[in-house]
Design a protein around this ligand. Structure first.
Ligand code: MN
Ligand code: MN
Length: 467
């Protein structure tokens, strides 16, 4: 090999590009692939925020966590969890340093875009029984027709009985579907703007097509048949829909993508990919320097609203009770804490290159993505992490050998979005976004590189173990 020129050497020292992990460290491919088997199982087990909390509690209990008792005193190494209304959760491992030196917070969200049933959803029209829906979160409506949907949720009956529904996931289960026009008759619909290809009030889900037996003297016999079956399965009547939260989600399971199996394809990877990796990092930490707080939160997709969303005070109150018990001032705890707002970013898509700025995009296979700011129209509604916070988090990742990259959410003025970071920052906590690059984000079927999933886990692990 010929000796490098001074210019070549200098170029090596002074310039920086993010390598593909598979090219630089091929040994990571097998590790990542193994790691993602558990991830796929988690995606299959949790298709709603409630199911994710249930799955997480099961994992936490198995790992020795106990329900948080605000009156108890805890020592370094103790592990507790707190559940907020079955839809959000905080897990903590107590650290060696006093709380006044801050806690390490990792917040991911477990709600994903979907079709929610309206409070009065069931109707019959021209021989079909259908369900009216109101979409939840940012979806491209045309993507949600002609795909198999499963029905998940919870219903309260007249007598107060709580019934859980999960239909369309097991082999042999029926599934449901929003219909679309055949191309032969879609001439007029094809002329619509893509955003109106399927309109909100056209997202009607087929739930039945057969009339109730022996129903000649009854109107709406197909609707009656559906109600009879719902009553048989769940004990519910039409009125009980009003006491329910039922979510229609894609019915398929997580799978490998590509001949090389390099990616995971599944519904709801935004942001269960960060929820799973954060939970794994939380459970793995045994004797942390700082007390940890792993938050799996709800309602991010509709602006972190509600009392299970991060814009409520439930996280603040949790920190307040921790601080009270330890005799620390919660304001000092907040001001000295560091948080990862763990959420996905838009992976560069070569097919739609024009909405990305290639130098500042994240790429599938280059590791977890550290996102300084999100927002739209001049960083509006973002957090915009400081140079100091960036330096801290980069040092933690570099020292642990984590493969990471940076990325904006698309080109300037191409669009934008927000995360929970702005609400964490509102508590006077240092925070930055970190997560996994995703292709087809918010579609019923999203793609993530296994290498990136694994290195996001490594980043979270480093975040909790670092001093
Ligand atoms: Mn997200
Ligand atoms: Mn999202």
């Amino acid at each position: 090999m010929s000796k490098k020129t001074k210019a070549q050497e200098l170029q090596e020292q002074l310039t920086w590009t993010f390598p593909h992990i598979g090219k630089d460290s091929p040994g990571q491919i097998e590790k990542a692939s193994k790691y993602c088997e558990g991830y796929k199982a988690f995606l299959n087990a949790g298709k709603t925020e409630r199911e994710c909390v249930k799955a997480a509690v099961k994992m936490l209990k198995k790992a020795g966590y106990r329900p948080y008792d605000r009156k108890a005193s805890y020592e370094a190494g103790d592990k507790v969890y707190y559940v907020n209304r079955d839809k959000a959760l905080i897990a903590t491992t107590f650290g060696r340093k006093p709380l006044s030196e801050g806690v390490r917070i990792n917040g991911a969200h477990i709600d994903s875009p979907r079709l929610d049933l309206k409070p009065n959803p069931l109707y019959e029209k021209d021989g079909l029984a259908l369900l009216k829906t109101h979409y939840y979160g940012g979806i491209r409506k045309y993507q949600w027709s002609a795909v198999p949907l499963a029905m998940h949720g919870v219903v309260y009956l007249e007598d107060g009985t709580r019934v859980e529904i999960s239909l369309g996931e097991k082999e042999g289960d029926p599934v449901f579907c929003v219909t679309d026009l055949l191309p032969h008759l879609a001439g007029e619909q094809n002329g619509r703007k893509l955003s109106e290809g399927i309109k909100g009030e056209e997202l009607n889900v087929v739930i039945g097509s057969l009339p109730y037996e022996d129903s000649k003297d009854v109107k709406e016999a197909v609707k009656l048949k559906v109600l009879a079956l719902l009553n048989q399965y769940y004990g519910m009547t039409e009125k009980d829909f009003i006491r329910a939260e039922i979510e229609m989600v894609p019915a398929y399971r997580a799978v490998d993508i590509g001949l090389d199996r390099g990616m995971v394809g599944a519904y709801g990877q935004d942001d269960r990919v960060c929820a799973y990796t954060a939970l794994q990092a939380e459970m793995g930490v045994t004797d942390p320097v700082y007390t940890t707080m792993t938050i799996l939160t709800d309602k991010e997709e509709i602006g972190s609203v509600g009392n299970t969303g991060l814009n409520s005070d439930y996280v603040l109150h949790y920190i307040q009770t921790l601080a009270e018990r330890k005799g620390a001032d919660y304001k000092t705890v907040l001001a000295s804490s560091l948080c990862l707002s763990s959420d996905v970013n838009a992976a560069y898509d070569p097919t739609f290159a024009s909405v990305y700025e290639s130098r500042n995009s994240c790429y599938a296979g280059k590791g977890c993505v550290l996102t300084k700011y999100t927002g739209a129209r001049g960083k509006s509604s973002s957090n915009d992490a400081s140079a100091e916070v960036m330096a801290k988090v980069i040092r933690i990742m570099d020292e642990a050998g984590v493969c990471w990259q940076t990325g904006e959410l698309g080109a300037v003025d191409a669009g934008g979005g927000g995360t929970i970071a702005q609400f964490v920052a509102g508590l006077n906590v240092d925070v930055v976004d970190l997560g996994v690059p995703i292709l087809s984000m918010h579609a019923p079927f999203e793609l993530a590189s296994k290498l990136d999933v694994y290195h996001t886990y490594l980043a979270f692990r480093a975040f909790y173990t670092a001093g």
